[in-house]
Every structure is written in structure tokens, then in C-alpha cells.
Design a protein around this ligand. Structure first.
Ligand code: SAH
Length: 281
């Protein structure tokens, strides 16, 4: 497996202990079981309700304001910009093209959905900028053409990044500590066929041992350090991408690769994510 990040330092870590695997599809929290289907490799997230024209809302949704009749075109422009910013992973670009970001923000903000900006999603939280989502997921998938196995996504928020991830991994577990946002993500995703995405309400700092070991772990909230539970739940050969405060007191993207010899930690660019908090609310 090709890894191009320079090793910054080594952490020793306990070997991943085998854990019981959950039944699939997993029954998580109160979310209704999603309709069973076999997701196509890069099929667009389409509403379950029959065949709306591309970019239009399915029955039960109101029309997006300002997105225009063809959100495919604005997503194509967004993806071109991502390529201009250096994103090269074909799977990530295709997933960003496929997922309709305007469906994950309030109607009043839908006209900004394809700008490279974070947007409020309620309860003081934000949906990450498209460029940040693409960067994180490209790091997670770096050097791999094929889909990842099981992936843990910390900080579901509105569910957008989890939806993008569902195109890149065979199973996605996405955790949110705020009940209001967990419910919002469930509502946002209900109309879509995403059989491989499991929403969990709980404290993501503890990870989700029932799904471990994970091929990838990605966090959209940053703490003073990367919780040991995440490292423990990462598979050997797996990669973790998370914001964390580093020695300079600033939040940076941190990548941890777990190898048979231990963990290799790389500190990348400075970032600004919402805080990782413990407990549920
Ligand atoms: N990926 C999200 C981004 C949401 S912002 C999206 O696409 O919308 C980050 C989220 O992390 C917030 O919703 C916040 O509540 C959540 N969060 C912070 N600490 C957490 C924790 N310990 N466990 C789970 N979620 C957490």
C-alpha cells in the first residue's frame, strides 16, 4: 500500500483486539432500517421516491432556493474547483459529484450549498466546506483505488460527509453526540437509499467498538488530542484522519497510520473545526 505522508513521530499502541462484529444491516439507535438495496459503486444518492429529474426534489421536499433546476451543473463546477485545489482521487471526486449537498442544509441556505464555505446546521455546528470534506476523504482513501471496508465517521452533523463516505466505504458508522443533529441527519437521509450508512447517537470520543476494527476513522470535530479509543479501534493497515491541537497550540489535521509495528503520526496543515466534546446532549 502506498503511503506518501512523511512520518512525524511514532506512537506505540496496543494491537487491535478482535471484537464481535455486528450483524448487518446493523440495527442502530432508533433509525428505521433503510431499504435494502445493493448500492452501485458510484451511483448517485437518489431519493427512494420515483425518479425525479436530476437536481429536483423528491416528493415531500420543497424546491431548493437558488440552486437552479440542474444542481448537477453546479456540482460539476464544484468538483472542477476541487480538482483545481489539488484533489485527484477519482472516487472522492465522483462521490462529491454524486451527493446533493443542497439537500443537507436549510432551504434558505441552499443557494450557497455549492460554494466552498461552511454553513450553519443548527445547535452551533457547521457543515464543513466541500474542499475540507474532499481533503479529509482523499487522505482517508489515499493510495487505495478500491472501496474501504468499515469506516467510522465522528460528528455526523447534518449527514453530508457521511453520505459522501457511503460511496467510498462498504459500511459507514456515523456518530453524533447531539440528539437534535442526529435526528436531523436521519431526516435528511431518510429519502435516500443508503443501506450501508448507519447513524449512531452517542459520544464519538468512545468510538464504536462493536464495529471495530475500522479500515478508516475520520472526525469532523477536534480535541486536544486524538482519543485512544479511536486508535485502539483502528485496524492494522487502517488510517485515521482528524483535527487535533498539536504542539504549537493550533488545530491541525492529524493522520495516524496503524502498522504492525505501531502507529505513524503525521501532522498536516492548520485547520479550524468545531470542538470535539464528550458526553451526549
Ligand atoms: N460531517 C458533518 C460536520 C458536522 S460539524 C457534516 O457533514 O455536517 C461536527 C459535528 O461533530 C457536530 O455536529 C458536533 O456535534 C459533533 N461532535 C462533537 N463532538 C462529538 C463527539 N464526542 N461525538 C460525536 N459527535 C461529536
Amino acid at each position: 500500500m502506498k503511503r506518501t505522508l512523511p512520518p512525524i513521530g511514532k506512537l506505540s499502541t496496543a494491537a487491535a483486539t478482535p471484537r464481535p462484529r455486528p450483524a448487518f444491516p446493523a440495527r442502530l439507535d432508533t433509525a428505521p432500517a433503510p431499504p435494502v438495496h445493493k448500492p452501485g459503486a458510484l451511483a448517485a444518492l437518489r431519493p427512494v421516491t420515483a425518479a425525479p429529474a436530476p437536481g429536483t426534489r423528491a416528493a415531500g421536499h420543497t424546491a431548493p432556493v437558488g440552486v437552479g433546476m440542474d444542481s448537477v451543473a453546479v456540482r460539476t463546477a464544484m468538483v472542477r474547483k476541487l480538482q483545481g485545489q489539488g484533489i485527484v482521487h477519482a472516487g472522492v471526486l465522483a462521490a462529491m459529484q454524486a451527493v446533493e449537498r443542497h439537500r443537507f442544509v436549510d432551504t434558505a441556505l441552499a443557494n450557497q450549498a455549492y460554494e466552498d464555505t461552511s454553513l450553519p446546521i443548527g445547535l452551533g455546528q457547521t457543515i464543513s466546506k466541500p474542499s475540507v470534506v474532499a481533503r479529509m476523504l482523499e487522505l482517508l482513501c489515499q493510495g487505495r483505488e478500491e472501496k474501504l471496508g468499515r469506516v467510522l465517521d465522528i460528528g455526523t452533523g447534518c449527514g453530508y460527509q457521511a453520505a459522501v463516505l457511503s460511496h467510498l466505504a462498504r459500511e459507514v458508522y456515523s456518530m453524533e453526540r447531539l440528539r437534535g443533529l442526529h435526528d436531523k441527519a436521519r431526516d435528511n437521509l431518510r429519502a435516500f437509499r443508503v443501506a450501508n450508512l448507519h447513524l449512531l447517537f452517542g459520544d464519538g470520543m468512545l468510538g464504536y467498538p462493536q464495529g471495530a476494527p475500522y479500515a478508516g476513522i475520520v472526525a469532523a470535530a477536534g480535541g486536544n488530542d486524538v482519543p485512544q479509543a479511536w486508535i485502539d479501534q483502528l485496524a492494522v493497515g487502517g488510517r485515521l484522519v482528524a483535527p487535533a491541537v498539536t504542539a504549537d497550540g493550533q488545530q491541525h489535521l492529524v493522520v495516524i497510520d496503524k502498522t504492525a509495528q505501531g502507529c505513524v503520526r503525521s501532522v498536516l496543515e492548520p485547520v479550524l473545526f468545531v470542538p470535539l466534546k464528550s458526553g451526549i446532549a
